[in-house]
Design a protein around this ligand. Structure first.
Ligand code: XIL
Length: 317
């Protein structure tokens, strides 16, 4: 069995990966990506973000996202769409035009409505709001929070639900894989959205983790349960487990365990729908550019060779 076949046999919807533009012109990469035995789901790493889709006001560019949607359709892969409202990769006009509350709500709703409508019927999930929280669980400063207040969250989810009543709507963030102030903040967001009578279907745990500092199975399990007990699904949306490069053999052995633990955590709860790794190969991983000296975070190496030990760790979960 491959990674996706195993996940499906275990009752999950998919095992998947992010894909960025660089990989799409690399035929060896595309061959691995297109093997649905391993990858039953894909997420565009950048192609559906605001700075690509609506770089200037009300002028929409769906080409890069369409390319990813076409790959998914060709391969029969589930498409997770990412991300509608986020403080990062946000064109400066959104925050620097001095929009008042009513105008920024209109701008945000227009972005959501146009984008969700364009990929209606293609996206299985949408990450509606990404990374709204600080580490202490308070709201992060962003044009949306600063001008609209916390109501930007239910307003965004309501707009997405109106544009496509069938797509599952997710709140997505990092460092919410372990219990603590930030995970509690994400649970508060779920309750907030529901308190407005608005639909939220799931929470995405990004899971950008570090070898040897990743959650235990017990931690994964209790924290996933804390979300699903609020009546939402959980997806592990951006899993990668980085280490100092070059990776030592003991780090690789630990990494295989850390990957297995994430799979076991997801398997412990039927409402954990699936796992997405944030690209499958070190060749195109975002880690070295953001965490200098670190990398080797994924189950395929920078020559597109499978790391059998890490791959087996995921399968063993
Ligand atoms: C990353 C992409 O992988 C990079 O190519 C880009 O330069 C920056 O963003 N959390 C998220 C993702 O929700 O969108 C981010 O993706 C990684 C962190």
């Amino acid at each position: 069995d491959g990674l996706n076949t195993r996940a499906k046999n275990n009752g999950k919807l998919y095992f998947g990966t992010a894909v960025d533009s660089s990989g799409q012109s690399d035929s060896n990469y595309m061959n691995i990506l297109s093997n649905s035995d391993d990858f039953g789901q894909i997420t565009p790493a950048n192609a559906m973000k605001w700075d690509t889709v609506e770089r200037s006001r009300n002028s929409f560019n769906f080409g890069p996202g369409d390319a990813v949607a076409n790959i998914a359709a060709r391969n029969g892969q589930f498409l997770r769409c990412h991300a509608l409202v986020w403080h990062s990769q946000l064109p400066s006009w959104v925050g620097s035009s001095g929009f008042n509350n009513a105008t920024l709500i209109q701008v945000m709703k227009n972005h959501i409505t146009q984008t969700v409508t364009h990929w209606k019927g293609k996206c299985g999930h949408w990450d509606v709001v990404n990374e709204a929280l600080n580490e202490d669980g308070s709201y992060r400063s962003s044009p949306f929070y600063n001008v609209i207040g916390e109501a930007f969250l239910p307003i965004a989810f309501a707009a997405a639900a109106a544009a496509d009543p069938d797509v599952k709507l997710y709140y997505n963030d990092y460092n919410i894989e372990t219990p603590g102030a930030k995970a509690s903040g994400a649970q508060r967001i779920v309750r907030l959205i529901k308190s407005y009578g608005v639909k939220i279907d799931g929470v995405g745990q990004q899971a950008h983790l570090i070898v040897g500092q990743s959650p235990s199975v017990a931690t994964w399990t209790s924290n996933i349960n804390a979300f699903t007990s609020l009546g939402v699904d959980v997806a592990i949306t951006e899993l990668d487990i980085r280490t100092k490069t070059p990776a030592s053999s003991s780090a690789v052995a630990q990494q295989a365990i850390d990957y297995a633990n994430s799979v076991k955590g997801c398997l412990s709860n039927t409402r954990c729908v699936g796992i997405t790794i944030w690209d499958f190969t070190d060749k195109y991983s975002w880690i070295p550019s953001v965490f200098p000296g670190e990398g080797s975070a994924l189950p395929w190496d920078s020559n597109l060779q499978k790391k059998q030990q890490v791959y087996n760790g995921i399968l063993s979960g």
